[in-house]
Design a protein around this ligand. Structure first.
Ligand code: SF4
Ligand code: SF4
Length: 259
């Protein structure tokens, strides 16, 4: 495993853990990438990509939206790592996933010893907290991983108290800001009241598990973060464009023009 960690480190992936495929196979998510999972998968190599660039809170977007598109930045690192692994173990398959993963990422990470799971459902990395993107490389290479029992968070309840929808997943503001089409009056009000055009970090910002955690060391994020969304700026390299620009522009108009 050390050799694999070193290989991933050499691709810029500094935070790496492992869990067995056996431990996650009964919780696979229905998505088109299911077909890409290697036959006889044995190991999930988990990667954590921190994205908090500084302590100050962004103006009208969540922290993950403040940095360049993680599909590109982290996806490229994972792709190169999978290619290097394939060169090292030509008999084995290595499939990289970032977003749209059939693996329940929080479950996988919870078994790695890298961190814990919050009451808000987020993975909280021991080094970087919950401001992290998650990715995986699934392989049929058997590393004989022993899964760790998931560790719970402090359980202080601050996330639930601060959340505008009481941690109800189906009403999550982050999800609403990414929803296409017409929004209900309640949803529009939620966007307006919280002043967020993309994502929501309220439950993470109040979480004491995030106190004193490290900031990102990923150069692509540090060199090109933007703390406020404005329709007049070029935002084509940001993750929110994957929903089409109409969605974020609608949210921007709600905040700017609705009473
Ligand atoms: S705010 Fe408290 S209960 Fe919520 S995730 Fe953080 S530690 Fe857990
Ligand atoms: S992201 Fe926002 S709306 Fe969603 S659970 Fe956290 S605080 Fe609540």
């Amino acid at each position: 495993m050390e050799k694999i960690k070193e290989l991933l480190n050499s691709c810029g992936i500094k935070r790496v853990g492992f869990c067995s495929y056996e431990g996650v196979k009964n919780a696979l998510l229905p998505c088109r990438n299911l077909a890409r999972l290697p036959e006889n998968a044995k190991t999930v190599i988990c990667a954590v990509f921190p994205y908090k660039v500084k302590d100050a809170v962004p103006e009208n977007i969540s922290r993950y939206a403040a940095v360049p598109d993680y599909h590109t930045v982290c996806g490229e690192m994972l792709k190169i790592a999978a290619e290097k692994l394939k060169a090292l173990f030509p008999e084995n398959a290595f499939e990289a996933f970032i977003d749209n993963s059939p693996i329940n990422e929080v479950l996988a990470l919870s078994k790695t010893r890298l961190g814990k799971v919050g009451q808000n459902g987020l993975f909280i990395d021991d080094k970087f907290g919950s401001f992290v993107f998650l990715g995986e490389i699934v392989t049929d290479l058997d590393l004989n991983v022993t899964d760790h029992s998931p560790t719970p968070c402090l359980g202080c309840g601050k996330c639930k108290a601060a959340c505008p929808v009481g941690l109800k997943k189906e009403d999550c503001l982050s999800k609403i800001t990414q929803q296409k089409g017409e929004l209900s009056n309640e949803q529009r009000l939620l966007i307006k009241q919280n002043g967020l055009v993309w994502g929501c970090d309220i439950c993470s910002e109040v979480c004491p598990e995030n106190d004193g955690k490290d900031l990102t060391d990923i150069a692509e994020f540090l060199n090109s973060y933007r703390y406020c969304f404005s329709p007049t700026e070029d935002y084509t390299d940001r993750a929110y464009t994957w929903r089409g620009e109409k969605v974020i522009l609608r949210n921007y108009e709600i905040i700017k023009n609705e009473k």
